[in-house]
Design a protein around this ligand. Structure first.
Ligand code: ATP
Length: 493
């Protein structure tokens, strides 16, 4: 990370805390590693991101419905899905510092260092040796590479390493009432399995016809070995996932559709196209026949925000086998030969986005420290240029002064508008300071009540981005603000 990017990211993190977006969890007890709490504006921003996703995925698609499945699930589900046996990271400990690292990430850092030093050939050969070792789950080979390339512990500076071991990322806990002594359950590491096990329930009760999708938003838990970069990689986080069930053989068409549709969803927020890129997977998970990441350029480089995976019929087939229940769909439509497609296990295209990663993307992308000058006066402000649909507060209602009946008038306006929107009322400090505070939390509009309001019932609306003001009739505010923050502006394009 270059110095300016490093500084920018640090500023974003401290801004997020200072303005009530994100706090370290259990802070008064010195925090809990890789767990975070969302504050008063963070919770609103997060809800708005969820709403944007839910509206565009569920409400805008007649053939997609949403569910909310439990975090606790039968432990066999994780056996069937492959998580018990295969959801591992290769890890290694440094014997001097007692610090634990992901072996592949130590090697990635080494590769980045080779690249930085212009040692391209070395970087490439290490990359391919590491890829091969990861593919074959060859743990001794990973250790050999760490030794051979003289990787040192960033803390102790030594090369005194343990062997590489697999570390399962699932959290487990005890479940009181389970029979047969097998009372260990897992906190789900993804929301997708809650969708798969409800496939038949939803298909039958919703009379869904293929192709159709099931979406859900919910918590997931992963005991990440290395948690870094703020809320990019957390141990408790939220996912927004959709499984789209299709006919076998038609999955590539739908994969292409969702790959494009999901990037469009991101770009509709007004983010510059060059901030995004696709990363097509060449090494595929055993259950996938195509996979792509949508990556965003964070200050510390391009990172995955969302994955689109063609998961074949792997999950439903596994659940059919492990539960002994048929997971088939009867397709009455006629194929090219004039015969019904009949019974089959559908194929699945998954779109999976991390809500917290989308939150971080939104913060980073909207954060600006702007220099302002007027004549020979210079000033600066920190502004979050959030899309009005995502802004935690849609408008602030501000009486110019605390007297002359202005607060009463402002409160009257506030009481009317708060029925539809999340608003803030503020009368403390100068109007300039109040505008700056709203800029810092991304409030797109400030409604100012001044002495003229008492005469002609007009107010000013100050626009966050241009800082320009316009005078409008107070009676028109519901319509004006309603239009400015309408979801139509985002979903209608
Ligand atoms: P990564 O390679 O970054 O660990 P992944 O490939 O394991 O991610 P998926 O299992 O495909 O991720 O999960 C889908 C999405 O969930 C990711 O694109 C990411 O946005 C989010 N996600 C995954 N792990 C975490 C985490 N530990 N903290 C926050 N978000 C996460």
């Amino acid at each position: 990370m270059s110095k300016s990017n490093d500084e920018l990211f640090k500023n974003v993190i401290s801004h997020a805390k200072e303005y009530g977006f994100v706090f370290p969890s259990s802070e008064i007890y010195d925090g809990l590693s890789a767990v975070y709490d969302y504050g008063q504006f963070g919770a609103e921003l997060k809800n708005n991101i969820k709403t944007y996703w839910w509206k565009s995925m569920v409400q805008m698609h007649e053939n997609i419905v949403g569910i909310d499945s439990a975090i606790f699930m039968h432990p066999k589900i994780w056996k069937a899905s492959g998580h018990v046996d295969g959801f591992n990271d290769p890890m290694i400990d440094n014997k001097d510092s007692k610090k634990r690292y992901r072996a592949d990430q130590l090697l990635e850092d080494k590769i980045a260092k080779y690249e930085k030093d212009g040692k391209t050939a070395k970087a490439e050969s290490l990359q391919s040796a590491m890829d091969e070792a990861l593919k074959n789950e060859d743990l001794p080979k990973l250790k050999d590479l760490i030794v051979e390339h003289e990787v040192v512990c960033p803390v102790s500076g030594t090369r005194n390493w343990t062997d590489v071991r697999q570390f399962n990322l699932m959290f487990s806990t005890q479940f009181g009432a389970m029979a047969e002594g097998s009372d260990e359950v897992y906190l789900r590491p993804e929301t997708a399995q809650g969708i798969f096990v409800n496939f038949l329930n939803v298909q039958k009760t919703g009379r869904m016809k293929i192709p159709f999708g099931i979406a859900q938003i919910g918590k997931a838990f992963r005991n990440e070995v290395i948690a870094r970069q703020f809320i990019l990689r957390m141990r408790e986080f939220e996912q927004m996932e959709m499984q789209f069930f299709v006919r076998p053989g038609e999955e590539m068409k739908w994969y292409a559709y969702w790959k494009e549709a999901r990037l469009k969803w991101h770009l509709a927020l007004g983010t510059a196209t060059e901030k995004y890129r696709y990363h097509d997977h060449t090494k595929l998970a055993h259950y996938a026949n195509a996979a792509v990441d949508i990556e965003f350029e964070f200050p510390f480089g391009f990172k995955e925000v969302e994955g689109i995976h063609s998961r074949t019929d792997f999950d439903l087939s596994q659940h059919q086998e492990f539960s002994g229940k048929k997971m088939q769909y009867f397709d009455p439509e006629l194929n090219a030969d004039g015969k019904p497609y009949g019974n089959y296990i559908p194929y699945v295209i998954e779109t999976s986005i991390g809500l917290d990663r989308m939150f971080l993307l939104t913060l980073v992308n909207s954060f600006e420290e702007q220099e302002l000058s007027e004549g020979d006066k210079t000033d600066s402000r920190t502004v979050l240029r959030l899309h009005p649909c995502l802004a935690p507060v849609k408008a602030a209602v501000l009486p110019l002064t605390k007297k002359d009946g202005l607060p009463e008038k402002a409160k009257e306006i506030m009481d009317r508008l708060k029925l539809d929107h999340n608003l803030i009322y503020e009368e403390k400090d100068s109007i300039g300071k109040r505008y700056r505070r709203q800029d810092a939390i991304g409030t797109p509009f400030c409604i100012t009540v001044d002495h003229q309001t008492l005469e002609d019932n007009t107010v000013t609306i100050r626009h966050r981005d241009s800082m320009e003001q316009e005078r409008v009739p107070a009676s028109e505010l519901e319509r004006i603000i309603g239009d400015l923050v309408s979801w139509k502006n985002l979903l209608g394009s």
